[in-house]
Write a protein that binds this ligand. Sequence first.
Ligand SMILES: [Zn+2]
Ligand SMILES: [Zn+2]
Length: 198
Amino acid sequence: MSDYQRPLLNEKMRLIRFRMRKENLRFADEIRLIPRTLVWVVAGLFVIAQAVGQILNRLEEGFGQPDLTQVQSNWALAGVITAAAIPMACIIFLIGYISQDARRRGMNAVLWTLLVIMLLPGWLFIGFVIYFLVREPLPYHCTQCGVLVSARFNYCPGCKYNLRPTCQQCQREVGEVDHYCPHCGSEVTPQPQRQAQA
Ligand SMILES: [Zn+2]
Ligand SMILES: [Zn+2]
């Protein structure tokens, strides 16, 4: 790996650690990201699939399973269609979620959605795994002034607050509320409060 790539990788790893530490997403909230229209389209397709299945089953009466009555055969087919529809619906909803989630994280939503879909036939869920591993952290509010900032920022554009404070002694990154550096133990000088505009 060249020296040029190393800082980029380090930054990516830092962002991944940042996201894992800061983000505490709840499933109930996340599921609302799935576009409502997509849910209706999938529900509609499911109803159509069931209807088509039942019509075909009735047309082929006598050819199918001779040991089942028509009613039993209808139910069996409905069960098979439902069993096939559930994993398909989950995949479609996951793709819908990624398209919205990528957008709110400032990522290229079209590109990621396409990537995940294109990897599906050959690589199954590897696209989803990659997405959830490397997705950007959500923007968050500056602790000082409340402006929405990206995890890539070093300083808040609203108040110049240092979003990535470093230890004066060893120059490594420390937490915003740390009193002592976790790496070398020296005291971390608190950041000056926001200067009043003169
Ligand atoms: Zn700020
Ligand atoms: Zn230190």
